[in-house]
Design a protein around this ligand. Structure first.
Ligand code: NAP
Length: 249
């Protein structure tokens, strides 16, 4: 007897996306197509098929699901990839394909943390203007503009690739680095550069969490961007839970 193969689309670009396709490959019974936006020049290859580039909005994605006879979609994109989440929900609704959101848990403040949470970048800039002097910006290249006019603040801008163009910061150092970052390194960096405030997004996950532990130890403020709220779809936070959901298809 031959087992039927379930064809899945995994919207990836995250560790969870890679881990899921590996687990599905090992489990057997699934054929996966991983989709990446194409932001990274040389991305890691997932198990199964890979396609790269946007679909052309929700309509383009709906057409893709139809054409490729996809049985279910797992949106494993980054917690801040809000547009892709909206498009996936609209497209799956349109063509009647089940959708699961796989999203890593958010970080939560604990005893000793000095977090200030915000929704819009302009709010973060205001929080920085009120009392910060030496700031680590651990945020995306596209989000730097909101801080560039704060002439009295010194910024350490940590980024995987250099911002192009670089916003007109008066006092800034650019540090090109890619996670994961360990606790000893984060402690040393924050101490050496005499950082008093960190600005970051609530990405969750272990790879970039050490800066929060170091900030707690050193008593630094953390200005933390809240996650966007996505569409109401079934959501899990781990690969085993995703496999469980898929087993019930
Ligand atoms: P976004 O704002 O939600 O998406 C913008 C557009 O990029 C989407 O409308 C879609 O274009 C395309 N897109 C996004 N993810 C895609 C995917 N997996 N496959 C095909 N097309 C995709 O997303 P973003 O914040 O720019 O992030 C882009 C990708 O980078 C995501 O896959 C995400 O997992 C990864 N990533 C993002 C972050 C972050 O901080 N946002 C961090 C690490 C990794 P069309 O409308 O043309 O389909």
């Amino acid at each position: 007897m031959t087992r039927s193969i379930t064809k899945l689309l995994v919207l990836g670009g995250t560790t969870e996306g890679y881990d899921l396709t590996e687990a599905l490959y090992e489990a057997g019974g699934f054929r996966t197509i991983t989709s990446l936006a194409g932001r990274t020049r040389r991305p890691r290859r997932p198990a199964g098929e890979l396609r790269v580039g946007g679909f052309g909005g929700a309509r383009g994605l709906a057409a893709f699901l139809d054409e490729r006879r996809i049985a279910a979609v797992i949106n494993a994109t980054h917690p801040f990839a809000a547009a892709m989440g909206r498009n996936a929900a609209a497209a799956c609704r349109e063509v009647g394909v089940p959708l699961l959101r796989l999203e890593r848990p958010a970080w939560r403040p604990g005893p000793g943390d000095r977090w200030l949470e915000f929704g819009e970048w302009a709010e973060a800039a205001q929080l920085i203007a009120d009392g910060a002097r030496r700031v680590l910006l651990a945020i995306g290249r596209q989000e730097l503009d909101a801080f560039a006019a704060l002439d009295h603040v010194w910024f350490l801008i940590r980024s995987v690739e250099a911002p192009d163009p670089m916003p007109p910061f008066r006092q800034a150092e650019l540090l090109l680095a890619r996670g994961p970052f360990d606790l000893a390194g984060e402690r040393a960096l924050l101490a050496e550069r005499q950082i008093d405030t960190i600005v970051c997004r609530n990405s969750g996950g272990a790879a970039t969490e050490a800066k929060l532990v170091a900030a707690r130890e050193l008593g630094l403020r953390v200005v933390m961007k809240r996650r966007p709220t996505g569409p109401q779809v079934p959501t899990v936070s781990s690969v085993p839970e995703a496999l469980h959901w898929l087993s019930a298809l």
